[in-house]
Design a protein around this ligand. Structure first.
Ligand SMILES: *Cc1c(COP(=O)(O)O)cnc(C)c1O
Length: 371
C-alpha cells in the first residue's frame, strides 16, 4: 500500500473527532429521523429525511475521505448506477457498456434506457479501447470485470473517451478505493456496490457515487432527492461501521487471495484460473501498473457442473452464496446466474479466515473431487 493510502487509512477512524464537543460519543450515533426542528429560514441544515440525514452525511464523509472526492450514498449498487445513468444521459445519447461486466447494468440499459431513446453498445473489457469512443456520451467500465476478471487500462480509456467528449464511469466494486483508484487515473465518476467489500459483513445493501466534478455530483444528488431512492439511516450506520475495518479486512483478503491463487494454479482439478496477481495472467502487467492490490476474487473452472457444485457446497470454509467481498469466503457457479461462462466456472471470493486453514479446506475439497 502506498504512503498516501496508509495515511488515509490511519486518519479514517478519527475523522469525526475534528468536530467533537465535550461529552460527544466517539462512535457514530444512529439518527433515525424523517423530520427535524426547522424554524425560520429553510436552508443549511437537515429538514426532511429524503433530503438528508446526519448518519448519511457521516458515511458520505468517510467515503469522500477514501475517494478524495464528493460522494453520494445510495440504498444499493444498482441504485447508484441507475442514478448516474438517469442523471447524466438523455434521449438520443449513446452509451458503451462492458459485455462481460455485472449483468444487471446491461439489463438496466436494455429494459429501461433503450425505451427512453438511449442506445447502448457493448464491448469486452479486455478490448475496451478497440474501436474508439466517437459518438458516445458515456463510457462505462468495470475492471477487473465480474466474473471473468479481465482488465482494461483506465487511464488510456479515460484519455480516449475525453478526446471524444465522453465521460468515463468506472464500477470499482471489486476493488474498493484501497485496491484501485479510478478517479486518480482520470475517470470522471466511480460507482460502487458497497454491499460487497466496503460493508463487508454481508448484512446490508448499499452503494455510492464518487466524483470530483461538482456538476456531476449536483445532478446525482438532485436525482436522489427527486426520485427518492435514498439509503436508510440504519444501513448507513452499518456501512460506516464496516468502513472502520475496511483496510484491515481488504489487506487480509488480498494477501490470502495471492497465496491461494498461486496454489490453486498448481492443483490438477483446476483449469482456466484467472487472478490478476499471477505473473502468468494475461492482465498481470496492466494490473501491476494500475491497481494498488490484486483483489480478493479468483475465478477458475472445474471439470463439470457437478464437480463445481460439489466443491462449493462441501468445502467447510466456503459459503455457497452469490455476492462477494464478505468476511466469510464464498463461491458461486456463475453460469446459474446467466453469465456467459462454462458450467463448471467458479468465482471464489476470499474472506478473512486465516490463510493456511482456508487453503487446507480448499485443497481437501478439491482432492475429494477425484478425476
Ligand atoms: C453487486 C454488484 C453490483 C450491484 O450491487 P447491488 O448492491 O446488488 O445493487 C454492481 N456492480 C458490481 C460489479 C457488482 O458486483
Amino acid at each position: 500500500m502506498s504512503e498516501t493510502a496508509k495515511s488515509r487509512a490511519a486518519a479514517l477512524a478519527h475523522l469525526r473527532s475534528r468536530d467533537f464537543a465535550k461529552g460527544d460519543p466517539i462512535p457514530l450515533p444512529l439518527t433515525m429521523a424523517s423530520i427535524f426542528h426547522s424554524p425560520g429560514d429553510a436552508t443549511g441544515f437537515d429538514q426532511y429525511g429524503r433530503f438528508g440525514n446526519p448518519t448519511w452525511h457521516a458515511v458520505e464523509h468517510v467515503l469522500g475521505h477514501l475517494e478524495d472526492a464528493q460522494c453520494v450514498a445510495f440504498p444499493s449498487g444498482m441504485a447508484a448506477i441507475s442514478a448516474v445513468f438517469f442523471a447524466l444521459v438523455k434521449s438520443g445519447d449513446r452509451i458503451l457498456l462492458p459485455s462481460d461486466g455485472y449483468h444487471t447494468t446491461r439489463a438496466l440499459a436494455e429494459r429501461f434506457l433503450k425505451p427512453l431513446g438511449v442506445a447502448y453498445d457493448v464491448r469486452p473489457t479486455s478490448s475496451m479501447l478497440d474501436g474508439g469512443f466517437a459518438g458516445f456520451r458515456l463510457v462505462f467500465a468495470e475492471t477487473p470485470s465480474n466474473p471473468r476478471l479481465d482488465i482494461c487500462d483506465i487511464a488510456a480509456v479515460a484519455n480516449a473517451a475525453h478526446e471524444q467528449g465522453a465521460i468515463l464511469i468506472v464500477d470499482n466494486t471489486t476493488m474498493t478505493p484501497f485496491g484501485q483508484r479510478p478517479l486518480d487515473l482520470g475517470a470522471d465518476v466511480v460507482v460502487s456496490a458497497d454491499t460487497k467489500a466496503i460493508n463487508g459483513h454481508s448484512d446490508v445493501l448499499f452503494g455510492h457515487v464518487a466524483s470530483r466534478n461538482p456538476d456531476i455530483v449536483a445532478k446525482v444528488r438532485d436525482w436522489r432527492e427527486t426520485a427518492g431512492g435514498i439509503p436508510g439511516p440504519f444501513e448507513a450506520w452499518l456501512v460506516h461501521r464496516g468502513l472502520e475495518t475496511l483496510e484491515v479486512r481488504l489487506d487480509r483478503m488480498c494477501s490470502s487471495a495471492e497465496t491461494i491463487a498461486r496454489r490453486l494454479k498448481g492443483h490438477r482439478a483446476v483449469s482456466g484460473l484467472r487472478f490478476p496477481g499471477l505473473e502468468g495472467d494475461v492482465s498481470h502487467n496492466l494490473a501491476r501498473a494500475q491497481m494498488e492490490r490484486f483483489g480478493f476474487l479468483i475465478s477458475f473452472e472445474l471439470a463439470s457442473e457437478d464437480k463445481a457444485e460439489d466443491f462449493i457446497n462441501n468445502c467447510p470454509l466456503i459459503e455457497s452464496a452469490t455476492s462477494f467481498g464478505g468476511v466469510h469466503s464464498s463461491a458461486e457457479r456463475r453460469s446459474k446466474r446467466g453469465d456467459a461462462v462454462p458450467p463448471g466456472f467458479v468465482r471464489l471470493s476470499i474472506g478473512c479466515e486465516p490463510v493456511e486453514e482456508l487453503w487446507q479446506a480448499i485443497e481437501a475439497s478439491l482432492d475429494r473431487l477425484g478425476d
